[in-house]
Every structure is written in C-alpha cells, then in structure tokens.
Design a protein around this ligand. Structure first.
Ligand code: PGA
Length: 250
C-alpha cells in the first residue's frame, strides 16, 4: 500500500524554546525508522523545528495554512511563508479546526489545492462524530468529505495527498477505534479514491489512522492492510512514546 508516515500533531503544545531540543530528541529516538517521521508544530515553533531537523530524517509540518497567496488576512499564514522556511507538510481540515474555527469542506478543498500548488504535502483529515457513527452514516459522511476535498484536483496531484482518518470520538479521549473499525473506514477511503481516480492507483495513497494511537495499540492498528501510518496527538509529545509508535511500522 502507500508509503508509511507517522506524523506527530503537537496541536497547541510546546514552546518555541522547547522545540529545538525536542525535535533533536525525536530524531535520535527514531533513527533507523522504516517510515517517514514528521513533526507538525505550531507556527511559532516551525523555524526552530526545521533548524533542528536539518541533516536528520525528520520532516516538519504545519498544522494549518491559509488558501490565499498574500494580502489583508490578519493572523494568517500562507503556503509561501511555510515553503520559505522549508516546511514540508501541512495538516488540513483537522476536526478541531472544523469544529472551533469554522473550517468547511470548501475551505479544506481550497487549502489542499493551495498546498499542492506550492509543493507542500497536505495531510487531509476526515472523520465522523459519535452521533454520525451511531446513526450509521460514517462512510456516507466520509465520502462527502473526501469528494469535496479532492474536487478539481488532477490524479497526478491527488496522490501526493496523505489522508488521515480521525474519528472525532477517538481524538484525545483515550478511546481508540478498534483496529477493525479503523481498517474498515481506511479501506472505504481507498475505495472512494479508487472510484474518483483509478482503482489501481488507490494502492499508492498513504492513509493514516489518528485518534488516541499510542505505544500500546499502534502495532495492531498499523498491522492492518489499509492503515499506512498514524497522525498522533498526545503520544507525540513524549519522544519515547512517539518512537515506540514509529517502530511499530515493521
Ligand atoms: P490524539 O490526537 O492522538 O491525542 O487522539 C490525534 C489528532 O487529533 O491528530
């Protein structure tokens, strides 16, 4: 299946002054990893993170970007700004941004397109709430999120997008989706991609699971056929925990 990627999502944690040492720690703890290792950090930590990752295997990502190139958008950060400081990845459409910052499927689509245009690798997040799961509409909802996020994106570009399946009810709650639940949806996502583009190329996409993934459950989740990595919140804040997840990719 796709290339394995384990990405940390620091969210609004860690200070710029802690960043250099911590990224160095992650680089050391994950040396010899059999997957891509990414730290996604707050904007103010990015420059230090990039400096620390230089010459190591660790890649750095942002947690958001704006879809316009430049202009009067107080408080926002553009793709060019991220590229300028040598950021490689950017998380787009995280459920916390959809929930608290009015991110919509439309802005997610604009951001994915902008990231691709500027040569950033988007980590596109999709996922259902507990009510949606209980109503039995998980796959319908995720199909809509995926189709809207990929609207107007050509096949050649589309396969650069990393997709993270993150059930909202499993994020930061300690409640992980079972490996079977996660696999079922990740396979469903691959099928949707296959329908949108071509069934054969769907195998090349990296589809991650995220939501309370940790050192104890990573191996089972990552052992599933359609789970090619993880987007890790809480467990990415301690280098030993994060490294255990990284080394669960065999
Ligand atoms: P969590 O967060 O690992 O703390 O559940 C995952 C995420 O929101 O990306």
């Amino acid at each position: 299946m796709g290339k394995y990627i384990i990405a940390g999502n620091w969210k609004m944690n860690k200070l710029p002054s802690e960043t250099y040492d911590f990224v160095k720690e992650v680089a050391k703890a994950t040396e010899g990893a059999k997957c891509e290792v990414v730290c996604c950090t707050p904007y103010v930590c990015l420059a230090e993170a990039v400096r620390a990752a230089e010459g190591t295997h660790v890649k750095i990502g942002a947690e958001n970007l704006h879809f316009e190139d430049k202009g009067a958008y107080t408080g926002e950060v553009s793709a060019d700004m991220l590229k300028d400081i040598k950021v490689d990845y950017v998380i787009i459409g995280h459920s916390e941004r959809r929930q608290y910052f009015a991110e919509t499927d439309e802005t997610v689509n604009l951001k994915v397109k902008k990231a691709l245009e500027k040569g950033l690798i988007p980590i596109l997040c999709v996922g259902e709430s507990l009510e949606e799961r209980e109503a039995g509409i998980t796959m319908d909802l995720i199909a809509i999120q995926i189709k809207k996020a990929f609207a107007g994106i050509e096949a050649e570009d589309a396969k650069k997008v990393v997709i993270a399946y993150e059930p909202i009810w499993a994020i930061g709650t300690g409640k992980t989706a079972t490996a079977e639940q996660a696999e079922e949806v990740c396979k469903g996502i691959r099928d949707i991609i296959g329908q949108l583009y071509c069934p054969k190329c769907a195998a090349e996409y990296t589809i991650q699971y995220g939501g309370s993934m940790n050192a104890a459950n990573a191996e089972e989740l990552l052992g599933k056929d359609n789970i090619d990595g993880g987007l890790i919140g809480g467990a990415s804040l301690k280098s030993e925990d994060f490294a255990k997840i990284v080394f669960s990719v065999k």
